[in-house]
Design a protein around this ligand. Structure first.
Ligand SMILES: [Fe+2]
Length: 237
């Protein structure tokens, strides 16, 4: 499925990779009984990616509906959940392995429409219940989760993440968002940020474009100018 949300791309992505939010924002997953976020080490941080893996208390059977309720035992062990993001493509993957063997993977990719609106493409695969009815139910489950996320993320202020670290309080539970912010900051320091002051100033008369790689091979004859970016900062790449 795909959807558009009135929220900035980084705000939207931070919402998705936030390990604390499922128990508070989502009705059919996350644990209402044990919403505490267990702090775990960041895995595989590198220039573009990071991930965390948690053993989570599963949601109660009463949070499930339809076929998922039929498939869910009253008592079950912890669910293993790995959340990984990759900054390129603004992509993340959520891997869910339940104690009863049911497995589910969700892949999401974001495209900024502008500073305040984001389009998301998302795919979910599972290794149980291949009936068409289950497809419909899972799709409605995803739509419900999106409604719950968008209801929150569209209210977050400021609408864009702060420019400097320390302007917003991140806690231990926000560790994956912290890693995501650091990657954004490194790109800003390297001078990759769109200079929105210039874009706004010229908006009535000029359409700037994100230049395609083709322009490097053939730099002449292009009508629209590449979008202006900020300058590298001291210490940037
Ligand atoms: Fe969510």
């Amino acid at each position: 499925m795909q959807y558009e949300a009135p929220a900035n791309w980084a705000r939207s992505e931070e919402n998705s990779i936030d390990g604390a939010h499922p128990s508070f924002v989502h009705s059919s997953f996350g644990s209402k009984r044990d919403p505490k976020v267990h702090i775990v080490p960041i895995e595989k941080p590198d220039e573009w990616t990071a991930s965390t893996t948690r053993e989570r208390t599963p949601p109660d059977r009463s949070q499930k509906t339809g076929r998922m309720r039929e498939l869910t035992a009253e008592v079950r062990g912890k669910t293993r959940a790995t959340t990984a993001f990759c900054f390129t493509g603004i992509t993340h993957r959520i891997v869910i392995d339940r104690s009863d063997g049911l497995r589910q993977r969700t892949l999401s990719h974001r495209t900024p429409i502008d500073r305040y609106n984001t389009r998301t493409f998302t795919t979910q695969v599972r290794d149980y219940d291949f009936t068409p009815e289950a497809d419909i139910e899972r799709l409605e489950g995803r739509r419900q989760a999106v409604r719950e996320d968008v209801a929150i993320v569209q209210t977050v202020l400021p609408k864009l993440p702060p420019r400097r670290p320390g302007q917003e309080l991140l806690t231990e539970a926000d560790q994956l968002e912290g890693a995501f912010r650091q990657i954004i900051q490194r790109r800003i320091d390297a001078g990759w940020e769109i200079d929105s002051q210039i874009v706004d100033r010229d908006a009535d008369h000029e359409v700037y474009v994100i230049p395609s790689p083709e322009r490097r091979l053939d730099p002449k004859g292009w009508v629209h100018r590449p979008v202006p970016t900020t300058k590298p900062r001291a210490g940037g790449e």
